[in-house]
Ligand binder design. Structure first.
Ligand code: NDP
Length: 426
């Protein structure tokens, strides 16, 4: 009896399916979705019926084979069908309305990634280049009232359409710009390095606290799935007692006239720009704060890398547990984006470890195979959740976290200059 009912109703379903393409998600979407839900329910009933029959016939294997095919097929049908994707309840929570300051290469990457955010939206720009403002207005549908330049952006305080400003300008400008944003009552998201030294970073932290706004640093790796997995493994003791971290961060820098090689705008050289990944990485991989630093600098091109602009620095960090980190930061070697960590029970190697991805890595247990998602999309959705719901990433990325990295950088420069072991307290 049950079977004939199924056949009858499934015939109706087939007729409807044949009447219109399966992937037509136009006005008939609800109609088809109802049909598919019905189909799934019928399928479940059919499975129960098969079970009953096979139990009667004693053919358990046959039943299991059919069940396996169905069990494999159902999720595939669900995942691959746009109707099911469309049926997921649309996000209705708060959306972080963001203005980007500094429409350069990384600002553009963030803007593109934000197209896929559901909790954050690009709504404004702050730029010193009028032609870029025009282009971005057209590209990202930004109204004129949400466009500012570096002279007038304090007026953002009267703009209710903007919740946060993402500062993506040269490092030497971060402090003043971030403090102005905080004083305008907007949350500050600031790129790494958050400033050019710890004193500046402290001023930013204090200003944001006084203004009661969030200060978040663009540490996108804190949301990256493979990185998060490794941190969880370490937290769960899967590497045993971690004893050693190695971080290698560097690339060969081109154009000698760029701001990254200008001490005033960059605050330093490779350490500020790329070495900071090994510093931050050592801390989140080992899960401790360093207590001492030693460092050695090598400069092969003093014309390109002027006074105060570091070319290559090797540095070591010591941790309270006895673990040590040995790291390399350089603007004059290629293909350096690698983390390695070992403990009493296991190890992890990641290469690339902090680039835009996909990140690749393996541990003593095998390949890390968490899916790649654009880092900046995860970061901006995550920051929105942090601001609106207080949901913290696995490792903090607030101003205090950025300040710790700046203190370590100060200590590394001091150690490189003096040749001494420099104690730090974070
Ligand atoms: P770019 O040079 O590509 O862009 C910087 C932008 O800042 C410029 O396009 C300009 O935008 C604005 N700007 C304002 N004043 C100046 C000035 N005096 N000189 C130059 N530019 C100025 O740099 P990036 O986008 O690569 O880097 C910006 C920041 O982002 C840095 O702090 C860097 O460390 C960080 N970054 C972070 C990455 C990450 O993965 N988290 C990756 C790359 C960079 P406008 O014309 O609109 O005013």
């Amino acid at each position: 009896m049950v079977e004939s009912g199924i056949v009858q109703q499934d015939n109706q379903f087939n007729e409807r399916i044949n009447a219109k393409p399966f992937c037509d998600v136009g006005s008939s979407m609800t109609f088809y979705f109802d049909d598919i839900k019905h189909f799934m329910l019928r399928l479940n009933v059919l499975l129960l019926e098969i079970n009953k029959q096979n139990t009667t016939m004693g053919s358990r294997r046959n039943f299991l084979e059919k069940l396996t095919v169905s069990a494999v097929g159902l999720p595939l049908l669900y995942q691959s069908n746009p109707l099911f994707a469309a049926s997921e309840a649309p996000y209705q929570g708060p959306v972080l309305k963001v203005a980007i300051m500094g429409l350069g290469s990384y600002g553009t990457r963030v803007a593109e990634a934000m197209k896929d955010c559901k909790r954050a939206k690009l709504v404004g720009v702050i730029s010193g280049t009028p032609s870029k403002i025009k282009d971005w207005q057209a590209k990202y549908d930004i109204p004129k009232k949400n466009c500012y330049n570096y002279e007038n952006f304090d007026a953002i305080k009267d703009n209710k359409d903007i919740d946060a400003v993402y500062v993506i300008t040269p490092n030497g400008l971060h402090k003043d710009q971030s403090i102005r944003v905080a004083k305008a009552g907007k949350h500050v998201i600031c790129e790494k390095p958050m400033a050019v030294n710890a004193d500046e970073a402290q001023e930013m932290v204090d200003a944001c606290k006084a203004a009661k706004v969030h200060l978040l640093i663009g540490y996108r790796m804190h949301y990256e799935p493979k990185t998060v997995e490794v941190i969880k493994m370490r937290q769960n003791g899967e590497f045993g007692k971690v004893k050693f971290f190695q971080g290698q961060s560097g690339f060969t820098i081109g154009d000698p006239s760029q701001w990254r090689l200008n001490k005033e705008l960059a605050g330093g050289g490779a350490m500020m720009d790329i070495g900071i990944y090994s510093i931050n990485g050592a801390r989140y991989m080992l899960g401790e704060e360093p207590i001492w630093v030693t460092a050695q600098e090598t400069k092969t091109d003093p014309i390109k890398f002027k006074e105060g602009v570091d070319e290559t620095i090797q540095f070591q960090l010591g941790f309270p547990s006895g673990a040590v980190a040995n790291c390399l930061s350089t603007y004059n070697m290629s293909h350096l984006d690698r983390f390695f960590m070992t403990g009493s029970e296991g190890w992890v190697e990641m290469q690339p470890s902090t680039g835009y991805g996909p990140i690749k890595g393996r541990t003593h247990k095998g390949e890390l195979n968490q899916p790649h998602t654009t880092h900046q999309t995860l970061q901006m959705d995550g920051m929105s959740q942090l601001i609106f719901e207080g949901v913290q990433p696995i490792v903090s990325l607030d101003g205090d976290e950025g300040l710790k990295d700046m203190k370590i950088i100060d200590a590394i420069y001091k150690a490189a200059e003096t040749g001494e072991k420099v104690a730090i307290s974070l």
